[in-house]
Ligand binder design. Sequence first.
Ligand code: BGC
Length: 783
Amino acid sequence: MKKLRLIKNIKSVAVALGVITVFSCNTNTDSKSASGSKSENPYQEKVDSIIGLMTLDEKIGQLNLPATGPITTGASKSTDVVKKIEDGKIGGLFNIKDPKNIYEVQKIAVEKSRLGIPLIFGMDVIHGFKTTFPIPLGLSASWDMEMIEKTAQIAANEASANGINWTFSPMVDISRDPRWGRISEGNGEDPYLGGEIARAMVRGYQQDDLSANNTLMSCVKHFALYGAAEAGRDYNTVDMSRIRMYNEYMLPYKAAVEEGVGSVMASFNEIDGVPATGNKWLLTDLLRDDWGFNGFVVSDYTGIYEMRAHGMGDEYDVTSLALKAGLDMDMAGDSPNIKASYTYALKDALDQGKISMSDIDKAVARILTAKYQLGLFDDPYKYCSEERAKKETLTQENRDYARLVGAESTVLLKNDNQVLPLKKSGTVAVIGPLAKAANNMPGTWSVSSDHSKAISVWDGLQQTVGNDVNLLYAKGSNLDYDLELEKRATMFGKDIPRDGRTDKQMLDEALAIAKKADVVVATIGESAEFSGESSSRTDLGIPQVQKDLLQALLKTGKPVVLVLFTGRPLTLVEENETVPAILNVWFPGSEAGLSISDVLFGDVNPSGKLTATFPRNVGQVPLFYNHKNTGRPLGNREGKFEKFKTNYLDVRNEPLYPFGYGLSYTTFDYSDVKLDKTSMTDSDTINVSVDVTNSGDYDGKEVVQLYIRDLVGTVTRPVKELKGFQKVFIKKGETKTVSFTISVEDLKFYNSNLDFIAEPGTFHVFVGTNSNTERMKEFELKK
Ligand code: BGC
């Protein structure tokens, strides 16, 4: 694609107005981070000069991010986009595909609008662009920060070649509630791990140069606490104490800010009774003043407008509330049916004296700064390269990497009698409604993915072991007995066509096929859109028709391997009791079939570990490992009921599979925990180590996890908190020493004054294979 001239028209207006110094266009002065430091904005002078040239309409235009993309999730649909761009009334667009389209649209902004200010192009590049990696919850189960960073880097490279320069990722909302469908989009329940992943993702997207044409500006979301929606129902109210927020929920957002994330998306929910979108404490006092963020804040989809339904007032009240709170850009507010938007209401709000020009200028300045940081004033077309797009998108190299990541993210939940790995011989029956559902393999929130290129389990097995293994197939069942539910769970082109046969006919066929096989691979679970946005559930079981299919298959007496698709922790008590092998594959991405085959046949030894607890039943929810002890803890670890203790009459307290849990084809033995000393002060450290021996028959990777418990505090402390982990490769028969260093920073928490401090006293340190570990040593933090 030929490059066009730079933004000449902005230059000529500037010359005419005598502010030519603004446009030296040297965008390489700063790049590392948009926000991480409180350093001066190197573009301030340029930005101020542009603002000096702008009309009020043009200023409000910069704050306008209309919805034009393929997916509409809220009330909005904007109109007259081209005319508005020409009039300088749009600051950016999102979810437009194709570098050619983006180029054309950018050309309108740059050549036809009065000031020629380039647009920013955003997209939900959530877990890969065209090359799609596992859904984030799955990816987090890899516990591999380098790998996670690289997936973001590949996504950035592909997306930026296709005209995108801003991604609405990472989503770092802690969630302890698998009813909430968006748990699939996050990194599970742990703040420390969530923080590490947030950092890795931001690094991967932004690298150390936002202005490079192969990086994206990252947008951490949804700020804040979105994952704590009451009853797991999406968009529902959140109500939480400050101390819980600070200790258990805020850390991943803060980590992203420390890593220099360029932008932040406000969440839909309320916090302390004020929607995040209009919450000044959140968006200014905490985010900017305490954490030092100086990038820009965008609303979520129609978030400003939604404050009307929240009961925050009329269109002038809600827009001014948002702007004054520090919300810079209005996503999807520009729609004729939405009056409560920056586009439609801000001018009047100014006339009414509800906001000032300086409030508007502040927001405009942040958006223009982001455009400078991205190098858009230097070359507005730098991200549109059809040639690069063709060469660098969905390359074999990227696909091979996605195949590996898909395999590394699988979690082996059960493997009795070493049913897995399978032998590459004999007859394998592949049965279940997900076996051929290629379009479901990329999982939820995969707007940029090319679903037609995704590889189903069936195709993956054909490609990998098709010559050695006799593969048989039967669909076995539909996704669900309930047609209406099935429709809701197969949206966005991810349909699993309903079979015209009766349930009985499908089942009979499946049983006949199973009987011919040596082993049955049951590909069942949720469809991709069973989780994700607006996909909350109250029943966390495998859909009943598939449960029935599975039990019928087990009755054939053939060994059954459950290849479980899910976007959330499910309740699997019955399956855990009856199925010999369960491999949780989440939604592995574009290469799903190959990733799954690699694990099933032992080319990759599974090493994923759960990052969200799997409860026994829905009644236990919310259930998480880092809970408090209470005043009436159970006195036994066997889960026996005790009257007047904190437990249930009808189910034990422990989950089915705890946080950090995951098996391997090999086994790992741990030595006792060793400490180099048993006390420390805040100026020294303790070395903690264990010897881990691979005592099984396969080489493998183990995620060694370190947890701490602070026994006494001025506020109650969790029974365990993850404070370190290492993923180590250990050959069979080999022993590796794994060491961690504990410093006072690992012992700090927010006390009731919200001071971040460590209190002297006794601590327990645990090291083991999951959060249930009891392998422990004690140490003191001295004054
Ligand atoms: C979601 C965001 C997403 C946005 C733009 C909203 O509905 O909550 O996560 O980034 O849409 O597509």
